[in-house]
Design a protein around this ligand. Structure first.
Ligand SMILES: Cc1cc2nc3c(=O)[nH]c(=O)nc-3n(C[C@H](O)[C@H](O)[C@H](O)COP(=O)(O)O)c2cc1C
Length: 343
């Protein structure tokens, strides 16, 4: 599949997750098989561009191309300005967020709240697409299936987006009202894929190679995007890509690979965030990586108290030293249930 001039090594993408898919994590996911990564959403309000948080989100040094930056907001002119600002900072693809259910975003009628205001959606898309056109930068849209079950308007929004010149659409198979509850549904994604000629990326609850195969087959989507199942499991991308290519499972990483993956991730994370924020924001990643390992509870409670990156790294390394390489093996990514496709 292509987005504008860009092609991708595979069709297994990492989903943008604010506070998770920062530059170190995106680079790690790409190294471990993700075909494409979009940055965490960045505010379109220029007053926030120079805040520490937003400037970090806009830092793409050393990241492999294409650099895709996600912007969020509800003001068409401000969104266009934010798109151009990001292009000037190195973005090759601009992604518009109309999927985020978070109150902070929805209260100002951005994120998925926009799905209730179709005329405003059209204005935002038109404004951003025309601002990016002179730079030949494609604009993509990430959204949900609608505001709630009674107003599932993704098909209408998708057609509108394609007509305006959006280059690809990512669809999370839930409404805003669903938040993250229940199961993602793929019928709307299938209907949207059938109606559009631009690439459609399916998202929601894809957590194993089999589930990715099922969703691609069921919806006909061009690619899948994986979010929460990649937390603490960045190698899921190579596992899924390998399965899609060969129909066979790749072995999960060994305990030694888990060790080097986590320790290298932490070092990169600390370099990116610095001492104070680094030690705090790394805690969730360590928890995700080790949650599945027996005997990690004491370590996890300890690292939540550590106040220095050096002490945190040493504690994690020591925990690995205490265990023999063959003590644990990671279990493969599996889905609770993958429906069978009708023949
Ligand atoms: C912690 C977290 C942060 C997220 N941040 C963003 C974001 O910044 N932009 C966005 O479009 N979606 C965001 N999402 C939604 C994900 O991109 C994705 O659509 C959703 O998690 C469903 O995919 P999954 O079931 O594979 O996790 C976020 C999700 C989570 C869990």
């Amino acid at each position: 599949m292509r987005i504008g001039p860009w092609t991708f090594p595979n069709r297994v993408f990492v989903a943008p997750m604010a506070g998770v898919t920062d530059r170190p994590y995106r680079q790690l996911c790409k190294r471990l098989g993700a075909g494409y990564a979009v940055s965490e959403m960045a505010a379109s309000n220029p007053k926030l561009w120079h805040s520490v948080k937003t400037s970090r989100r806009l830092n793409h040094e050393g990241e492999s191309t294409p650099i895709a930056v996600q912007i969020a907001g509800a003001d068409p002119a401000m969104m266009a300005e934010a798109a151009v600002f990001n292009i000037q900072k190195g973005a090759h693809i601009i992604d518009i967020n109309m999927g985020c259910p978070v109150k902070k975003v929805c209260n100002v009628a951005s994120g998925s709240a926009l799905l209730r205001h179709e005329a405003l959606v059209a204005q935002i898309l038109e404004s951003v697409v025309s601002a990016c056109r002179p730079y030949n930068v494609p604009v993509t849209l990430k959204t949900r299936t609608g505001w709630d079950a009674e107003s599932r308007n993704a098909l209408h929004i998708a057609r509108l987006a394609q007509d305006i010149g959006i280059a690809a659409l990512t669809l999370h198979g839930r409404t805003r009202a669903d938040l993250y509850n229940g199961q993602a549904e793929y019928d709307t994604i299938k209907a949207v894929k059938q109606a559009l000629s631009i690439p459609v990326i399916a998202n929601g609850d894809i957590d194993s190679p089999e589930k990715a195969r099922y969703v691609l087959d069921y919806t006909g989507a061009d690619a899948v995007m994986i979010g929460r199942a990649a937390q603490g499991r960045p190698w899921i991308f190579r596992e899924v890509a390998h399965y899609l290519d060969t129909g066979r499972h790749l072995s999960p990483p060994t305990f030694g690979e888990l060790r080097s993956c986590l320790l290298e991730h932490l070092e990169d994370h600390y370099r990116f965030y610095g001492e104070y924020t680094g030690v705090r924001s790394a805690r969730k990643h360590i928890g995700w990586y080790l949650a599945e390992q027996p005997d990690s509870a004491a370590l996890l409670s300890h690292i939540n108290q550590t106040e220095s990156t050096q002490a945190q790294l040493a504690a994690v390394a020591h925990w690995f030293d205490l265990h023999a390489p063959d003590d644990f093996i990671l279990s493969p990514a599996t889905s609770e249930s993958v429906p069978a496709l009708a023949a």
